[in-house]
Design a protein around this ligand. Sequence first.
Ligand code: SF4
Ligand code: SF4
Length: 354
Amino acid sequence: MKSDVYYSRLEKGKNRESCLNTLLNRIKDFLSEFKSRGVGTFVGIKMTIGDKANTGYIKPELVRIIVDNLKKRGAKPFVFDTNVIYTGQRQNAVDHLNLAYRKGFTPDNIGCPYIIADGVFGTDSRIIKVDYKNIKEIRVPSLVSVLEDLIVLSHITGHLFSGFAGSIKNVAMGMASRAGKQVQHSSVMPAINTANCTMCGCCIMICPASAISEKNEKAFIDSKLCIGCGECISACKFDTVNINWRENTNVFAERMAEYACGILSQIKRKVFINFAFDITEECDCISGDDPKIVEDAGIFASKDILALDKACFDMLTGKGDAFSRNGKIKTHLHQFEYARKIGVGKLDYKLVEV
Ligand code: SF4
Ligand code: SF4
């Protein structure tokens, strides 16, 4: 049987709020599962605010609509994210929360608290045993390990390693502790093509692990220190930091699928909503107000995370795969197939336009 994916098209003259309201009205059966149960139903709304310069993130006004909808059902929603391994304003909860408030994610605006799930320094990390090909244990904040009710809000973007970034990436990376994020990135090991290195020093300045130094007047990566975050690849303007795209990124995609599967198997009730507008080549961790690579489509929702991402991807790539970076990245295709294989969800879906 195919999984249902609901789609509210962002038509000309229709604003994003009404697009979302139309969708929420159609999936009210899904949302009714979050009704109050005794002492109250704590519904975690997972999303990301993007980094400082990012403008494509899901705006507080849209989050507020979902929060109010849940509160009407007697639920106690809260919005949460985790600290990142990249440099920027989200490496610890203090800077992260200050940035969230500056971007409008105050309790007054969104109607509920905004929480950093893995603590001030990202050290709250519990181990859950799993048994996948690459991963035998996942590391998540204790909040994630006890969460029963989850709504995942994902802004669709491209991604340096995974090609397409939707709900699977949001859950796998965004609901892992920093230690879990590092494990997922650890297959991505960049190398420097010294012939082209001008020793400008940009990669050294940006590396969050101090893994890059100068050696024989060229940049050098110490593989024992590298955490595979990929920041040096974006930072180098001379296309000098490279990775083995096919081998490295396929394992990266598999680890993400395994993390998503492991995390979601712990959580009883879950709904996934993808926002397909302001789609940039890089994800919200890196991207500023970059040129859009695909036209806005609308908002999608499903209880099947894989069917949702695949439906979204198919809709956005009808005129060609803008996420592949001219054919260089095919990781998303591997991710979809591998996610199906390990039981993350179904690739067969029925798209229901609302
Ligand atoms: S950013 Fe590129 S060119 Fe500059 S030092 Fe690093 S590898 Fe060399
Ligand atoms: S060397 Fe590059 S990929 Fe490794 S930690 Fe530093 S910036 Fe990240």
